[in-house]
Design a protein around this ligand. Structure first.
Ligand code: SF4
Length: 249
């Protein structure tokens, strides 16, 4: 299974140093209020017979990609959460057979998938979201909207273990990578960023991303703000004691 919710034919900004197409997979296991792709969150079923289906068939994307050999450098696989797609490995294999570099965007909840892709040299670049200090994850990604009671507690424990494992895999990998955090001022304090700095201590690259209140999942966040330029500069400076390169965008 590999469900594509949408594509962007060309991007100059999503794959550092490369001109790339972007594939957005359908379905996510988080419900971040600031999510800019709310239409991609639910794992809808693809319907091949609908003429105006919003979904792009994998085969159609690969045919399109063939026409871009020599014109594009790579493909970004974003989401949704791409590691939820059982056909991810084979999809990447087909892209690589056309000699395109692959960048994966992930929320880090499936370290086994990340590990296999890294071990088999399937990726050129990986970008992982760090949503918050670990103890704040349930609140920021709204896990409680997905389960409750004992099941919720077990789910949270597993998610946090998986996040930590993905961080370790990525920081110890030989490929280029970045961690990044979307910054809603009311959600994350300066102290929270120090905690994040400690969980990705020694990482090569970390970006703080300004929250932009448009087309977001949780309309209650529409009046929320991000930090000022000056505050971002201070945050970056503080984080440099943990991480080699820190910037905001
Ligand atoms: S921001 Fe990313 S991880 Fe969060 S709900 Fe949206 S697609 Fe999922």
């Amino acid at each position: 299974m590999f469900i594509i919710g949408g594509i962007q034919k060309t991007s100059l900004v999503d794959f550092p140093g490369k001109v790339a197409a972007v594939v957005f997979t359908q379905g996510c296991n988080f419900r971040c209020g600031y999510c800019h792709n709310p239409g991609l969150i639910t794992a809808k079923q693809i319907c091949h017979s609908e003429p105006d289906s919003e979904f792009v068939l994998k085969e159609d994307f690969l045919s399109f990609l063939k026409t871009r050999i020599g014109k594009l450098d790579g493909v970004v696989i974003s989401g949704g959460e791409p590691t939820l797609q059982s056909g991810l490995y084979d999809f990447i294999k087909e892209i690589k057979q056309m000699n395109f570099a692959v960048k994966l965007d992930t929320n880090g909840t499936n370290p086994d998938v990340v590990k296999k892709l890294l071990n088999d040299d399937m990726l050129k670049y990986i970008a992982m979201d760090i949503k918050a200090p670990l103890e704040k994850y349930p609140q920021i990604v709204n896990i409680s909207s997905l389960s409750e009671g004992e099941e919720l507690r077990e789910r949270v424990d597993l998610i946090l273990k998986n996040i930590q494992e993905s961080i370790n895999l990525i920081t110890n990998s030989k490929i280029d990578y970045e961690f990044r955090t979307t910054v809603v001022k009311s959600q994350l304090s300066f102290d929270d960023f120090d905690k994040i700095g400690q969980i990705i201590k020694g990482a090569k690259r970390y970006y703080l991303q300004k929250f932009v209140p448009s087309n977001i999942l949780d309309k209650n966040l529409i009046n929320e703000e991000t930090y000022s330029e000056k505050e971002f500069e201070t945050l970056c400076q503080n984080l440099k004691k943990h991480i080699e390169f820190v910037d905001y965008r």
